[in-house]
Design a binder for this molecule. Structure first.
Ligand code: TRP
Length: 341
């Protein structure tokens, strides 16, 4: 239904908190580039307003924003084909986010597993913004009437909440189909790139040990060392991919290899069946360096010219506002806010 009345439009975002990791690249940016190349309308955002839901040093936030933008550009996001911008440049995100705070229910927020995981036993000490995070994310998506949201497995619940918000808004304000009910798009072998030291945890920018992640700016020697030291189990590569189902660390390395080499994990297992880690890990490091070195070189080139990044983000911000402003204006009318005509 939705897809009949709304033209397909893709929105996704990455938080600038800490440096960019292999998880961001394989789980997000690489797929964003593929989507861009299909010709569908795409908006890719650096979600700096989400980043500050936990404390960010201002200078580090600026650098991290530049680094995420540089990662998008270096990996092939083309500002002529995609709208690339940082969230805080388009104030309508905050404005629609407020309206959604008044649509979403406290009970819905209380079910969000990401908040529970991040807050742990310290929920009382978290920012109110961290708690309201999912309604700002809904605003990111619905502000552009986006229909498809490429995300990792861990973000599925947030896209489901976005669907609930869209439905409730449309219902409460008697505006059927005003907001599309967007679909999460969770595809590829590496929608969940895991921590190299603990295969049950996501590879994150902010985990305590640098050995648990590959950073996009790591050099070849560091990449090789991190894969060599990555946790595995005594068994090597099995006969079939299914045999990896209860071996999270081993499966993660196979998934990473597959995603980097543009193969299926089943093919990678077939190719290396019976091999030990002493053979697989160096091969993995080789393919990683081969694919990542050109991207990281290009990222460094952009990072040396932050004014160029700022210029690109400003153009993207203008294009984003051109879509967002009329949608926000219509939302205000539906809500009953008085504004100059
Ligand atoms: N919450 C997402 C993450 O942590 C980032 C994000 C913010 C996002 N707004 C979004 C992703 C909108 C998709 C669409 O990965």
């Amino acid at each position: 239904m939705t897809q009949l009345v709304h033209t397909p439009r893709v929105f996704s975002g990455i938080k600038p908190s800490g440096g960019l990791t292999l998880g961001n690249y394989l789980g997000a940016i690489k797929r964003f580039v593929e989507t861009q190349e299909t010709g569908v309308e795409t908006l890719y955002c650096v979600v700096d307003m989400h980043a500050i839901t936990v404390w960010q040093d201002p200078a580090e936030l600026r650098t991290a924003t530049h680094e995420v933008a540089a990662g998008y550009l270096a990996a092939g996001i083309d500002p002529a084909k995609s709208i690339l911008f940082n969230q805080s440049q388009v104030s309508a995100h905050a404005e629609l986010g407020w309206i959604f705070n008044c649509v979403a229910r406290v009970g819905w927020m209380n079910r969000m597993t990401q908040f529970k995981e991040k807050a742990g036993k310290n929920a009382e000490k978290q920012s109110l913004g961290l708690y309201a995070y999912p309604s700002l994310m809904a605003a990111d998506i619905l502000l552009y009437h986006a229909t498809h949201v490429p995300v990792g497995e861990d973000q599925k619940q947030h896209v489901e909440l976005t669907r609930d918000i869209a439905n409730k808004f449309n219902h409460d304000f008697k505006a059927p189909d005003f907001f599309p009910v967007p679909e999460p798009v969770i595809e590829g072998p590496a929608t969940r790139v895991m921590n190299l030291r603990d295969g049950t945890k996501k590879m994150s920018k902010s985990g305590e040990s640098d050995m648990e992640r590959i950073n996009m700016l790591d050099d070849a020697a560091t990449i090789a060392k991190k894969f060599k030291k990555a946790r595995t189990d005594p068994d090597g590569i099995p006969e079939t991919y299914d045999d990896l189902s209860d071996r999270p660390e081993a499966r993660n390395l196979v998934d990473i290899y597959a995603s980097l080499a543009d193969k299926t994990p089943q093919d990678v297992v077939a190719e290396y069946a019976g091999a030990g880690w002493g053979k697989f890990k160096p091969a993995l490091a080789d393919v990683a360096v081969e694919k990542l070195a050109p991207i990281s070189d290009e990222m460094k080139r952009y990072m040396d010219d932050p004014a160029e990044i700022d210029r690109i983000l400003a153009v993207g911000g203008d294009k984003a506002r051109a879509i967002a402003d009329p949608i926000l204006a219509k939302t205000y009318d539906l809500v009953g806010f008085v504004r100059p005509k």
